[in-house]
Design a protein around this ligand. Structure first.
Ligand code: MN
Length: 260
């Protein structure tokens, strides 16, 4: 099994190498990851400037590793279409420092990288631990191995994009594994104004998140010291708005001054 490991915290992040060390048990691991922290860049792809990749000395011996001047999604596209000739069986993104729950998946670089694997038809998982310091990577690394083996055994539907979050606990203290839906979590973003001596600037500061901890969601799982695995897909169509809008399509057409 050939496994591409990437992240959004940068190629030298501890979480990435914890993941590399664990997944080396399962197959051949190759690292292609951004050269610096790229958290919250989401699915961003660089089209207006060239990408540069450099082979680096790995932090785990014998692992072929590249540092990319680009986003997490860039790293995966470059790996699959350029550096590794598409011969990848699994894309593993993480282990991210900080959870990616609910609406976070829409801006998460960790998920953004996994999404590129998925869009290229490769089983892909994003792994995050819910803490920004004193992080326990062990449980997430072990879980990655378990998931890789399940995926290798082809025990699941073909299209795989899993968003996995873990509470920041030692493995022995984790209560359960939950298969979840995305919850809702919104941030009261605050704009801080300042002046750099020449110009005024604005800084978006994320406020404390507002949780909706409905049972069965990823947020609920984490609040209860459980692992959350959320299967995602890329179809964002709102079925409820779809039917409401369908009833309006004729009126919209007529409001354009057109006649059928
Ligand atoms: Mn990150």
């Amino acid at each position: 099994m050939r496994i591409l490991v990437t992240n959004d915290d940068g190629v030298y992040a501890m979480g990435l190498w914890a993941l590399v060390r664990a997944l080396s048990e399962v197959g051949e691991v190759v690292v292609v990851a951004p050269d610096r922290e790229q958290s919250a860049v989401g699915t961003s792809v660089t089209l207006h400037q060239p990408l540069r990749a450099r082979e680096i000395k790995p932090l785990v011996k014998g692992i072929k590793s590249y540092s990319v001047e680009g986003t997490p999604a860039d790293s995966v596209i470059l790996a699959l279409r350029g550096l590794l000739d598409d011969k990848v069986d699994l894309v593993a993104s993480g282990i991210n420092e900080g959870s990616n729950l609910g609406n976070d998946v829409l801006i998460s670089g960790t998920v953004g990288a996994a999404l590129q694997g998925y869009l290229n038809g490769i089983p892909s998982i994003a792994l995050s631990v819910a803490a920004l310091e004193d992080i326990h990577f062990d449980a997430a690394a072990k879980l990655a191995v378990v998931m890789a083996r399940i995926i290798e055994a082809k025990a699941l539907p073909r299209e795989i994009l899993f968003n996995i979050n873990l509470p920041n606990l030692p493995l022995s203290q984790i209560q359960a594994v939950e298969i979840t839906q995305l919850g809702r979590r919104s941030y009261g973003d605050v704009i801080k104004e300042g002046h750099d001596g020449k110009r005024k600037y604005y800084w978006i500061v994320r406020g404390k998140p507002d949780w909706e901890s409905e049972e069965g969601t990823d947020i609920w799982a984490l609040l209860n010291d459980r692992i959350s695995i959320t299967p995602l897909h890329s179809n964002l169509t709102s079925t409820s708005a779809l039917s409401a809008l369908k009833g309006l399509s004729q009126a919209i057409f007529q409001d354009l001054g057109l006649k059928s």
